[in-house]
Design a protein around this ligand. Sequence first.
Ligand code: URA
Length: 435
Amino acid sequence: MIPQEIIRRKRDGQELTGGEIAAFIEGLTRETVSEGQIAAFAMATFFRGMSRDEVIALTLAMRDSGDVLTWLDAGRPVVDKHSTGGVGDNVSLMLAPVVAACGLVVPMISGRGLGHTGGTLDKLQSIPGYDVMPGEAALRRVVGDVGCAIIGQTGDLAPADKRLYAIRDVTATVESVPLITASILSKKLAAGLESLVLDVKCGNGAFMASREDAEALARSLVDVANGAGVKTAALLTDMNEPLADAAGNAVEVANAVAFLRGEKAGTRLDEVTFALAAEMLVQAGKAPDRAAAEAQARRALESGAAADIFARMVHALGGPADFIERPTAYLAQAPVIRPVPAVASGFLAACETRDVGIAVLELGGGRKRPQDDIDHRVGFSDILPLGERVEKGVPFAFVHAADEAAAERALVRLQSAYTIAADAPASRPVILTRF
Ligand code: URA
């Protein structure tokens, strides 16, 4: 069927067949379908939605648009985690080595920052020499030797998503549950996983701010991934404040190293990381239940095994051999580091988390256009969590900036992102529910 007929049927609210979807995605990949036709298809899908069968067909067609990795020789469960994106979300940096230390194989294909959210690849590029695009052979070698490798999408994995995503990005069609589902899962399925855990973020720093929308996305992702043959669970987690106490690139890597050294116990970041690790270990059959799995994951951290795997992964991908022992010797520091004083005394009661992400972006830590370079040195560190008591004039965070003027703008932005109240806010769980 010609593309415009497929678009017309979707526009009119009809259910597309698997054959029609496969034909459209094949044309999209081979570039016989025009950009205008792809934009029209995305907009029709945005308004009309898709049935579960259609989303599965779209996901599989996008997965099959390029290479699909197989790990027949791994001998261990091949797993991954995906987050829908947030601020101060550096979980991948710790989670991959923690579960690899427990015997799982983690070929983690990660992305760059999107909108106000940070990206794992941008964070890793703060480490001198770390190659985020080493290609498939290096991915296999590092995963085989170390147990995990965090790298970028190679040109041949789900190329249909690359083209479709770029067009969605500029046609206001990103926020569509079927299109997000197929985009995320096509890349994950192309990596040849046996099981997957999803961290679906919910709150004012997430793409899905409302609980209802986040739950709809979580259900769709779990349903379609299981329907496509990958054992998948999702945690819905809170994104109403930065997850780590840092937001930026090098600062989040420094935070991850501190975590791997056992210096972040008892934080919300710790809770999310180990809850996801437990899901991964149970799904892979490495532990009988979540409590046993979490204990196993915590032992991997406490013994230093996870830190060792992180260090070996960094070195195997081109970074310094002693990075974990001397991170500050390697992570570039911003020339200006200033305290951010609280504007009043009271309790940190609420955070406009998206504004914190935008402040990082404006400092130069994210991109305004896809081709922009980023400044890995900038961001915020030592951010106190909501619920903490603060005193007027005493710092509740530090800003890392390229110059004084940028530091001043970001400082004001961070101050206005936080509400300080006379009473302590009610405590909020970080893990909201599980699918
Ligand atoms: N991340 C993706 O990979 N795709 C989307 O559509 C949204 C977030």
